[in-house]
Design a protein. Structure first.
Length: 279
């Protein structure tokens, strides 16, 4: 795992890939997201952290235009590479999903079709978006599976999702996300169902791929320990609001909000490393 103090400083004057400003989402009279703002930059990871129900996943679904009915955006803006997503025709927004913006979901088994072989699932994206033949798509799918370090990719490519381990299934989901050559990846609790050692390998893989392709990433997690290792910038959410945001090193070492301070103080490994406490 990379060390927090080794994270990159925010690029001076660099254009953001994604800018969300004052986004408010409601259902009836109930506010789900209250004036949420965040940015994502090329080659950087914006961490979104908070307890269950804080609005993390709804923020990601808002970016994708996939808010469930009857939720609706009532104010704010979302711009991706300068384009206004909220004002974009639904077909154009849909075309961005899986290509320019890709999602890595929490549960890889639920994200995969149980009756399709792995290479067919990865290849289907390539056939639809790149116009590949079935043979071309299968070859490209295997190359993607190799890139995400799936063991024995030629053999595993002909398996079904239930025949793979949880970590291997998540690598397949990441390969599918990469198939559209995205500029931004949204990773929503991508390692929750995995054991600690596999979590680290999957997160290290995402960070390596991000560095190779210069992608931006929004990493959603309730785990502050994960954020302390992988986030360059950090957004702390509570009850649908952003309570603190900034460079991860500053937010974790000098939290200005009582809730953030509570989170840091209740994770001993983060507290010791960031604040220099002895065990």
């Amino acid at each position: 795992m990379s060390e927090l103090l080794g994270h990159k400083d925010a690029p001076m004057g660099a254009s953001a890939l994604l800018e969300m400003a004052g986004l408010t989402v409601s259902v009836g009279q109930k506010t789900i997201l209250d004036a949420v703002s965040l940015t994502a930059h090329p080659g950087r990871t914006t961490g979104v952290v908070g307890e269950s129900g804080s609005g993390k996943s709804m923020t990601a679904l808002s970016i994708l235009g996939m808010l469930p009915e009857p939720l609706r955006v009532v104010s704010g803006r979302i711009r991706f590479q300068g384009a206004d997503l909220l004002g974009m025709p639904r077909d154009s927004w849909r075309a961005l999903r899986g290509s320019s913006i890709a999602m890595v979901f929490q549960d890889p088994l639920a994200a995969l079709d149980p009756v399709m072989r792995i290479d067919d699932q990865v290849g289907e994206i390539l056939r639809r978006r790149e116009g590949f033949s079935r043979r071309q798509a299968r070859g490209a799918a295997i190359e993607l599976l190799e890139r995400v370090d799936l063991p024995e990719p030629h053999r595993k490519a002909r398996m079904y999702p239930h025949q793979l381990s949880g970590g291997q299934r998540q690598r397949v989901v990441i390969a599918m996300a990469l198939a559209g050559r995205p500029r931004l990846i949204l990773a929503d609790e991508p390692t929750t169902a995995l054991d600690v050692s596999v979590q680290a390998r999957v997160l290290d893989l995402l960070r390596r791929l991000q560095a190779e392709d210069g992608m931006g990433m929004i990493l959603i997690s309730h785990d502050l320990r994960v954020m302390s290792h992988y986030a360059d910038d950090l957004v702390v959410m509570r009850q649908g609001r952003v309570v603190e945001a900034g460079p991860a090193s500053a937010v974790l070492s000098q939290p200005g909000n009582d809730y953030t301070r509570h989170l840091v103080m209740n994770v001993p490994s983060v507290r010791r490393r960031i604040l220099g406490e002895t065990p």
